[in-house]
Ligand binder design. Structure first.
Ligand code: DX5
Ligand code: ZN
Length: 217
């Protein structure tokens, strides 16, 4: 069964607490929080104070925090203190990825690394064993509602083989353009977790959409 992580990038930010509570009540496994700094990506969203408010409003939520920010090491502890359960940094946004991974693990959060569409999975050759999660971008990060980039499927397959060959429990999460009509393809390629923003928030029945994503094997 797929782990489903609805992206609150598509939520009504004026009612964020209610929106997150609703997603949890409807069976969302994780809540995907897209942090954007206007430098690493051409868009700005929110920072740790908003994560802290979500954490207080919905204590039961598993907060899957995707840091699309330059120099993430400077903010890891702040996001952890705010209530992040899982912290994912971009390989392209840090000069010393190994150090960023160790720093993430030191906060006690689940440790994730994300790769942009152009970044090969081999970038993770010497750090894969230290990761709880790899987040493969299936669009260029920065905006919701984009169409997926096909090359991600080969990358998922190759990364899944690296993980299985080493017998690791590392999870593969995919993010961008994941919709009901293509979700099976991501799972068949080897993904474990599906992020979906517009696919869930744009559905007539969010609960049915979450249930349908979760039912994919
Ligand atoms: C894109 C974000 C995604 C985004 C996905 O930069 O990282 O999490 O919310 O949105 P959809 O599912 O609409 O492509
Ligand atoms: Zn994301």
């Amino acid at each position: 069964m797929a782990i489903v992580s609805p992206s609150i990038l598509s939520a009504d930010f004026a009612r964020l607490g209610e929106e997150v509570q609703n997603l949890v009540d409807l069976g969302a496994d994780w809540i995907h929080c897209d942090v954007m700094d206007g430098r690493f990506v051409p868009n700005i969203t929110f920072g740790a104070p908003v994560i802290a408010h979500i954490r207080r409003a919905v204590p039961a939520a598993f907060l899957d925090v995707h840091l699309m920010i330059e120099e993430p090491d400077r903010y890891l502890q702040q996001f952890r203190d705010a209530g992040a359960d899982q912290l994912t940094v971009h390989a392209e946004a840090t000069r010393h990825l190994h150090r960023s991974i160790q720093a993430t693990a030191a906060t006690g959060a689940k440790t994730g690394v994300s790769l942009n569409p152009h970044t090969p999975e081999t970038e993770l050759e010497y750090v894969l064993d230290d990761l709880d999660l790899v987040l493969l971008m299936s669009v260029n990060p920065g905006f919701g509602g984009q169409s997926l980039i096909e090359s991600v499927f080969a990358k998922i397959e190759r990364l899944r083989k690296m993980i299985d060959d080493r017998g690791l429990p590392t999870l593969i999460e995919v993010d961008g353009g994941v919709k009901m009509h293509n979700a099976q393809r991501f799972m068949d390629a080897g993904a474990h977790a599906l992020v979906s923003g517009s696919g869930i928030f744009g559905a007539d029945d969010r609960g049915a959409a979450i249930a349908a994503f979760k039912a994919i094997v």
